[in-house]
Design a binder for this molecule. Structure first.
Ligand SMILES: [Zn+2]
Length: 197
């Protein structure tokens, strides 16, 4: 049976979301159709709003609608510890685990890159931050997979050039796993038990 074109389009779009298969997409689409017009419009507007108003913070890379972001302007945070993460979604997990330092988000998919392939702009930003002084520790909170390992080593070498100690999260995080999905307690233990690189 063919579905009405607009319904089909909605299902197709929903299916592009992570973890949404055809059945779930269909259920969501039918739910949206049944919802009140106001609710459906609110959902559509939320998507557009988030897309239009949110961008990486120019200072740390976290997703924000103000620049610099709320984390960067928070004076109660410890500026002497800089936590490097792969993606903004990792920051959400690390925040929940109670970290209270500063962040640097790479926001770049890296695949077994060698030293020269890490985005120049990102790299320059990282170096500028270290050169500005005041940082005594860089925590490398990259995913415990082989790409995270390669980039961690590289960033650790750079931090070494500025005589800044680098630490990495303690083991206990599943190898090949995503920090984003690590549970709070595991992540908090990994931060507390971090050791020198
Ligand atoms: Zn920021």
């Amino acid at each position: 049976m063919r579905l009405a074109r607009p319904l089909e389009t909605l299902i197709d779009e929903l299916m592009k979301l992570p973890s949404v298969g055809p059945k779930t997409a269909q259920r969501m689409a039918l739910y949206i159709l049944k919802a009140s017009e106001a609710d459906a419009k609110r959902l559509a507007r939320a998507v557009i709003d988030a897309k239009e108003k949110i961008a990486p913070c120019s200072n740390c890379g976290y997703l924000t609608d103000t620049d610099p972001c709320l984390l960067c302007i928070d004076e109660k945070r410890d500026s002497s510890i800089l936590c490097v993460a792969e993606e903004a979604s990792d920051i959400i997990a690390i925040e929940k685990a109670g970290f209270n330092g500063r962040y640097f988000v790479i926001n770049q998919a890296f695949k077994l890159m060698d030293d020269n392939e890490l985005d120049r702009v990102t790299l320059e930003k990282f170096k500028t931050k270290l050169a500005a002084g005041g940082i005594r520790e860089v925590i490398l909170a990259l995913n415990p997979d082989i790409d995270g390992e390669v980039v961690s080593r590289y960033l650790s070498r750079i931090a070494g050039q500025y005589n800044i100690k680098t630490t990495r999260l303690a083991h206990g995080l599943p190898v090949g796993g995503d920090i984003e999905y690590a549970d709070e307690i595991t992540l908090r233990r990994a931060i507390e038990g971090r050791h020198e690189f």
